[in-house]
Design a binder for this molecule. Structure first.
Ligand SMILES: *[C@@H]1O[C@H](CO)[C@@H](O)[C@H](O)[C@H]1NC(C)=O
Ligand SMILES: *[C@@H]1O[C@H](CO)[C@@H](O)[C@H](O)[C@H]1NC(C)=O
Ligand SMILES: *[C@@H]1O[C@H](CO)[C@@H](O)[C@H](O)[C@H]1NC(C)=O
Ligand SMILES: *[C@@H]1O[C@H](CO)[C@@H](O)[C@H](O)[C@H]1NC(C)=O
Ligand SMILES: *[C@@H]1O[C@H](CO)[C@@H](O)[C@H](O)[C@H]1NC(C)=O
Length: 239
């Protein structure tokens, strides 16, 4: 049940290596802590986002970071650039923070339930509004599969697969103690009903309603530091 075709493909690619996958019970223990992709400049906690004034401290490189507590709270920090094929000069930057509660599902998936206080900043040099901050209006995030592989050199490596099966960049563990902001609602969000649009936020709401940016955090490039075999597996998944 846990070995979906997606994870099975990874395992098949990994057979000749010494990397091993943890069983579910062990993986649920290993999950507790803070994880970060790539060069590990994106890390959850107070160094990334300040919900009180909805500000970010921009990391020096893009990436994602997830933290999990044993009492089922999580936090996510994400920073990426989107390029637009038809407008190559229009590179959009998206940085986002959210936290909430998570649960393990019987079929091996994981569901996150964000609090209302998440937010993201979008910088789009070609848009009418080139820089704006908006609420993260997502009530649930489903990860169809997740798995932890143990690399003898780099330690545990977390693989998350989004609701559509697309993989996120693998993350290495940066701390066994979760590095997180307080696990409670940290700012009051007025007007959480998106149908009730105010004049000041209408452009933001129109943009997020289009779904053009915001909620697809698929790995677009293979970050440095991933073993060749995993990179091959991910490359074939992305085709
Ligand atoms: C937000 O608050 C922090 C901490 O008080 C401060 O360092 C930062 O400059 C503020 N940012 C903005 C955009 O107001
Ligand atoms: C790419 O740019 C075109 C032209 O500006 C725009 O219509 C389209 O929505 C953009 N695509 C994305 C994904 O932002
Ligand atoms: C696994 O369970 C979750 C939660 O019940 C559900 O949303 C998801 O669709 C299930 N996935 C599959 C592949 O059945
Ligand atoms: C939200 O607003 C209520 C009522 O004004 C206030 O008591 C509470 O402290 C606020 N919460 C935060 C996180 O600012
Ligand atoms: C997310 O982005 C990836 C890579 O560009 C793409 O393959 C996938 O279809 C996207 N998923 C959704 C739901 O847009």
């Amino acid at each position: 049940m846990f070995f979906s075709p997606v994870v099975g493909l990874l395992l098949a690619s990994l057979v000749p290596t010494v990397v091993s996958q943890q069983d579910m019970a062990t993986a649920q223990q290993t999950l507790i802590g803070t994880w970060s992709s790539g060069s590990q400049h994106v890390v959850t906690g107070p160094g990334f986002a300040n919900p009180v004034n909805m500000s970010f401290t921009y990391p020096s490189t893009t990436g994602i970071s997830y933290s999990f507590t044993s009492d089922m709270f999580y936090e996510i920090a994400r920073y990426r650039f989107n390029s637009n094929g038809s407008e190559p000069t229009c590179i959009t930057g998206v940085i986002g923070w959210s936290h909430g509660k998570y649960q393990f599902n019987p079929n091996g998936s994981m569901t996150l339930f964000p609090f209302t206080d998440g937010f993201q900043q979008i910088q789009d040099p070609c848009a009418a509004v080139s820089n704006f901050i908006e609420d993260y209006r997502v009530t649930m995030e489903l990860y169809q599969q997740w798995a932890i592989f143990v690399d003898p050199q780099a330690g545990p490596k977390l693989h998350l697969f989004q609701f559509d099966g697309s993989p996120l960049a693998p993350q290495f563990k940066v701390s066994n103690t979760p590095n997180m902001l307080p696990t409670q609602v940290l700012r009051n969000v007025s007007n959480t009903d998106s149908s009730d649009s105010s004049t000041t936020s209408s452009s933001v709401q129109r943009r997020s309603a289009s779904g053009a940016v915001g909620n697809n955090w698929s790995a677009r490039a293979i970050p440095a530091g991933v073993s060749g075999l995993v990179a091959v597996a991910f490359a074939s998944l992305l085709l």
